[in-house]
Design a protein around this ligand. Structure first.
Ligand code: ALA
Length: 616
């Protein structure tokens, strides 16, 4: 079975049970300054889990491309990947536990409609309860029945295991104490697959003296799906309140399901990754055995870089660009430990593997390749500069004090933070340094930057929601003005809106002149003053394309699209100033944007420009 077969089976299974397929949202969220990447299927659905009506109904299903930056450093073992695809189904105040748990079990075990897994290999976990939320005995009862139906006498503490909030509570920010006010979350029930043999990792882990169990992290058991019963919202710093509607938020890792179906404890040996590994083996003339870690990191990082670059991100020192830079550089570090040949063929085989489910990768292939190769060439020149810096500063290396190659942790940190040079790379230049001291410096730095970003994002969203929405409507106006002035080939490639400013990226290969900036500001201001109505309509996707709605119609599965009109509507197109595919929200009339001023423009390279502007 291929990854695409699992997707098809899953979507069919839930469509048959009344679900509507929704869009795979962009990996880089548009107009959401709270997060850099989409990291789970529920992320674009938060307003609907909190009670807003979803235009496609109360039963939804999709496959979501996701990226978790915190997993970059985990990559290299047999099962962690930073980019992954999450299959998801949701009940927005519709069905609940007694439908969700049997359905997922049926999907896993049914031979025809599902994956045909052996139920004896499945173990489940539930929430053990805390001071505020009781133990999930309802799920325990449901699981006992489900297993009984297939002849398995499942018992609590044996096949059905209760765990505390650290393991069986899900929200975007973790356990209840960590949830910010307004955030939804709830107890969850996870399903694990037993590969049957403990991995050596167990011996070296903190759990080495414990009996192996689903959550012991040794790799014998693997989590393949998580049903979150999203029925709470953080109401104050210490309290949870029940949501008006009881939701199900289910997410399952596609790569994990494939590993289980293919019966490969090493994900990189599954039908999705093996062709990539095989090409790296061929290209480097080295076997996978003995080079597993480097080959897995090259594979994982270049897949993630391919998808992030396909979203129009350019490597830089900030936000998404910084993550992309780190992925490419770290991936390249490991690649050159294997081979000195050109790396392009790895990007080619990645696109080949994913083209069925993500056909736009073919269209964007040249752009992706250019982005990755240009960054590698910059990185090579950085390596050269770093070497010169070290040679100048440490004249004694290999000279006066023969055999000494030690450089100070401060210099390692300097090379890391200013030149983006990883410690691994510094070592493979042949230098040594005090690793403990360097790790301490890094930790302090990470704490400081985490504090900085928390402050920034929270300030941008929670406190000034109205201004963020005003900025969002202004980006639609700006987009239209730019297309009217420079042609329809111009399109938005990203945007990020906080209460302080809006940021808009687009394809354009030169600086805008002062006159052009003034003209853009004047037209946007004129449209604001005209007080045009802003509203959305659900329109069949094909018709939306026909009437010239702009935007990324990547969701070819969804029949209907949410289209925002500024002025006019689908019956009065002549009155429409802007028609754009978008999730919202927006102000109701353009006058509410108040004013618009461009404050800065930047060259992003790769024929891309960025505009910063203020509203209000
Ligand atoms: N949102 C849940 C998760 O990401 C399903 O695990």
């Amino acid at each position: 079975m291929k990854a695409s077969d699992i997707i098809e089976k899953y979507i069919n299974f839930f469509e048959k049970r009344g679900h509507k397929r929704i869009a795979n949202s962009p990996l880089v969220p548009q107009n959401d300054p709270t997060t850099l990447f989409t990291s789970s299927g529920m992320q674009p659905l938060v307003p609907y889990l909190l009670g807003e009506k979803h235009p496609q109904g109360t039963r939804l299903v999709n496959v979501q491309n996701s990226f978790r930056a915190q997993d970059i450093d985990e990559a290299g073992d047999n099962r962690h990947t930073s980019f992954f695809r999450m299959i998801g189904n949701w009940s927005l105040g519709d069905y609940f536990k007694k439908e969700q748990l049997p359905w997922f079990f049926e999907f896993l075990t049914d031979n025809k409609e599902g994956l045909g897994l052996d139920p004896n290999k499945l173990y489940v976990t539930v929430f053990a309860g805390n001071n505020d939320v009781p133990k999930d005995t309802e799920s325990i009862e449901i699981w006992i029945k489900i297993f009984k139906n297939v002849g398995i006498d499942a018992k609590e503490g044996d096949r059905i295991l209760p765990y505390p909030a650290e393991k069986n509570w899900w929200s975007r920010s973790g356990t209840p104490e960590k949830m910010p006010v307004g955030e939804p979350g709830g107890p969850d029930s996870e399903v694990f697959y037993d590969f049957g043999n403990e991995l050596k990792i167990h011996e070296n882990s903190q759990y080495k003296d414990e009996k192996c169990h689903p959550n012991c992290d040794c790799g014998r058991f693997i989590e393949i799906g998580n049903s979150v019963f999203m029925q709470y919202k953080k109401e104050s710093a210490t309290n949870l309140e029940e949501l008006k509607q009881k939701n199900v938020d289910f997410g399952g890792g596609l790569e994990r399901l494939l590993a289980v179906v293919d019966n490969k404890q090493d994900f990189f040996q599954t039908s999705l990754f093996l062709p990539i590994i095989n090409e790296i083996e061929k290209g480097s003339e080295k076997p996978y055995k003995g080079n597993e870690c480097a080959m897995r990191i090259v594979t994982d990082h270049l897949i993630a870089a391919t998808f992030i670059a396909a979203n129009g991100v350019i490597p830089s020192n900030k936000e998404q660009g910084y993550i992309l830079r780190r992925l490419i550089r770290r991936g390249y570090d490991h690649y050159i430990s294997l081979s000195d040949k050109d790396i392009s063929f790895v990007i080619e085989v990645i696109v080949e593997q994913y083209k069925t489910t993500d056909p736009y990768l073919i269209e964007k292939f040249e752009e992706i390749k250019f982005t990755i190769l240009e960054e590698i060439s910059k990185y090579s020149s950085v390596l050269h500069k770093a070497k010169t810096y070290i040679m100048k500063k440490y004249k004694h290396i290999g000279d006066e004090i023969k055999g000494t190659t030690e450089i100070s942790p401060d210099d390692v940190f300097y090379l890391y933070s200013s030149h983006g040079l990883s410690p691994t790379q510094i070592e493979s230049l042949g230098y040594t340094f005090d690793k403990q001291k360097f790790a301490e410096k890094m930790q302090t730095h990470q704490k400081l930057s985490k504090k900085g970003s928390e402050h920034k994002f929270r300030g941008g969203l929670a406190d000034h929601k109205e201004k963020t929405i005003m900025g969002h409507t202004a980006t639609h106006l700006l987009h239209q003005v730019l297309r009217d002035m420079f042609g329809k080939q111009l399109h938005q490639s990203g945007s990020n809106i906080t209460a302080e400013r809006l940021r808009f990226d687009f394809n354009f290969d030169r600086k805008l002149t002062d006159e052009e900036i003034l003209q853009i500001e004047n037209i946007v201001t004129k449209k604001i003053k005209a007080n045009l109505p802003v509203h959305f309509e659900m329109i069949p996707t094909e018709e939306a394309k026909k009437i010239g709605a702009i935007g990324l119609f990547e969701d070819t599965y969804s029949d209907m699209s949410k289209i925002y009109f500024i002025g006019g509507d689908s019956k009065h197109l002549d009155k429409a100033y802007s028609i754009e595919f978008c999730g919202g929200p927006h102000v109701e009339f353009t006058e509410m944007v108040k004013s618009f001023k461009i404050i800065k423009q930047e060259n992003l390279g790769n024929k891309m420009r960025r505009i910063y502007a203020k509203v209000g």
